[in-house]
Each structure stands twice: as structure tokens, then as C-alpha cells.
Design a binder for this molecule. Structure first.
Ligand SMILES: NC(=O)c1ccc[n+]([C@@H]2O[C@H](COP(=O)([O-])OP(=O)(O)OC[C@H]3O[C@@H](n4cnc5c(N)ncnc54)[C@H](O)[C@@H]3O)[C@@H](O)[C@H]2O)c1
Length: 252
């Protein structure tokens, strides 16, 4: 308990899936959490369920003005920011010979530009914190191994994975006590996956219990986010951490 006591954490895409699991787990471990999302009804409902330790902000991550408002509300509500979890993303299907340029650009606008804005605002907000901060970037195994059926998504995750290394190195060289790491899940049982593979049966996949399962539960990823948000990971910076049950190695 209290592994992130009194830390203030902003989580994007916290209305569902991994972001929601992050918000619930971090709040249970003592953090005050700012949940942001474009899904206002669901985001507010999750924040209400968490209680006084949670605050919801409507936030489209591709818009600079929305990042300004999200950070201003975080400071007004909880006084500071200690951890940013760049989590919200979209995942449109399309191999390279089929995907249209508009889908490519929209994927990059949200998944790459949105994470760039988050890292920039996050570093500016936390670089003078005496205790520093942590930025967690939700990437994917797609960034490391490619994904034939989702070219734009894989490319956007590759972009933010390289961004993480640059942010981590810059913060270290500048003497900012900010760590920046990327998390690379394979399949997670969330609305994003369910929309893509409606025919999958979670019980057949053994989610949560089967050590050989291909698809995991959002909580399996949230546990790593908790570790990266906490001071337990104070020496881990610029790392790419897979949560994929060796799937990437099997695929290679
Ligand atoms: N589900 C998987 O199998 C899987 C695998 C690898 C990586 N990931 C990554 O994990 C993260 C979370 O995915 P998830 O599976 O929980 O998805 P999800 O669809 O359940 O949740 C994503 C949330 O982001 C929000 N969102 C979408 N576009 C937004 C925008 N422009 N601005 C603000 N919020 C926006 C949605 O409203 C939603 O609440 C994503 O970065 C995703 O790429 C997921």
C-alpha cells in the first residue's frame, strides 16, 4: 500500500482500458490522479468512483490548448505534477498498401503529436520539482517488431519510443530529475482490442490466470505503470519494458 503516496499523476485516456486500470491502481496506492479523456461521461464516472483523490479533465491529446488546460487544472486542483502517463491512443487497422493518407495523418496527430505535446508539457511542468518526476509512455510491441495489419499505428508507436530515449537523455544531461520510460504490451483485453478482434473469447485465452496466455488484463500493465511511477524505479530511465509474455521473442 501507498507505493505512490501523495504523488500527483496525470493519466491520458483514463476513461477505459489500461488508463482506467492505471487510475484505479495508482489511487489505491496513495496517489492523487487526474484522469483525462475525450470520453467525458465515462471519465467522470470513473473519477467519481475513485473519489476525492481523483479529478477529471476533458482533454483531446492532439490539441495544445487542451494540454494547457489539463496541466492548469492539475496544478489548481492538486498543487503540482509528479507523474505523467501518456496513454491515450487510437488503433485504426490498415496494412501499408491499403491505409489512406488521412488515416495515417490522424493516427500520427493523436498518437505521435499527442505524446510529443505530453512530453514537452510534462518536462516543462516537472523540471523544477525538487523530487523530479516520471513520464510513462504507453507504446506497444508494434514499435519493436512491426505490425503488418496496422502500419500507421506501429509507426506512431515507433516514433514515441524514439522520443522517450531523447527525453530521457535530455533530462539526464540537463540535471532534471525526470525519468522517461516506455511500456510495450502485446494484447490487452480492453475496448480497443475487443473492437479489433470481436471473435476472441477471453475465457479461452485464460486472461489473468493462464501463464501462457497471449492476451493480458489491463491490471497486468497497470502494475508496471505503478512501478515506473513510484520511486522504486528511480534508477530506470530511457528503458523499453515489454509486457508481452515473450510474444515478441516467439514471433521473431
Ligand atoms: N489493448 C491492447 O492490446 C494494447 C496493446 C499494446 C499497446 N496498447 C496501448 O495501450 C494504450 C491504452 O489502450 P487501451 O487498450 O486501454 O485502449 P482503449 O481504447 O480502451 O482506451 C483508450 C482511451 O483513450 C481515449 N482516447 C482516444 N483518443 C483520444 C484523444 N485523441 N484524446 C484523448 N483521449 C483519447 C479513449 O476515449 C479511451 O478512453 C494505448 O496507447 C494503446 O496503444 C494497447
Amino acid at each position: 500500500m501507498n507505493r505512490v503516496a501523495n504523488k500527483v499523476v496525470l493519466i491520458t485516456g483514463a476513461a477505459s482500458g489500461v488508463g482506467e486500470a492505471d487510475a484505479r491502481l495508482l489511487a489505491a496506492e496513495g496517489a492523487r490522479v487526474v484522469l483525462t479523456d475525450i470520453n467525458e461521461d465515462r471519465g467522470r464516472a470513473v473519477a467519481r468512483e475513485i473519489g476525492d483523490a481523483a479529478h477529471f479533465v476533458h482533454h483531446e491529446i492532439g490539441l495544445t490548448a487542451d494540454w494547457e488546460r489539463a496541466f492548469a487544472e492539475t496544478i489548481n486542483t492538486f498543487g503540482r505534477l509528479d507523474v505523467l502517463v501518456n496513454n491515450a491512443a487510437i488503433c485504426p487497422p490498415g496494412p501499408i498498401d491499403e491505409i489512406d493518407p488521412q488515416t495515417w495523418r490522424e493516427t500520427m496527430r493523436i498518437n505521435a503529436d499527442g505524446y510529443f505535446l505530453g512530453c514537452q508539457f510534462g518536462v516543462r511542468a516537472m523540471k523544477h520539482n525538487p523530487m523530479g518526476g516520471s513520464i510513462v509512455v504507453m507504446s506497444s510491441v508494434a514499435a519493436l517488431g512491426g505490425l503488418p495489419s496496422m502500419a500507421a499505428y506501429a509507426a506512431s508507436k515507433g516514433a514515441v519510443t524514439a522520443l522517450v530515449r531523447s527525453v530521457a537523455a535530455h533530462c539526464k544531461q540537463s540535471g532534471y530529475r525526470i525519468r522517461c520510460n516506455s511500456v510495450h504490451p502485446d494484447g490487452i483485453w480492453t475496448p480497443m482490442t475487443q473492437a479489433l478482434v470481436a471473435e476472441l473469447d477471453p475465457s479461452a485465452l485464460g486472461i489473468g490466470t493462464d501463464p501462457m496466455a497471449r492476451i493480458c488484463d489491463p491490471l497486468d500493465v497497470a502494475q508496471l505503470v505503478l512501478f515506473l511511477a513510484s520511486d522504486e524505479s528511480r534508477y530506470i530511465n530511457g528503458a523499453e519494458l515489454r509486457v508481452d509474455n515473450a510474444q515478441l521473442i516467439c514471433a521473431l
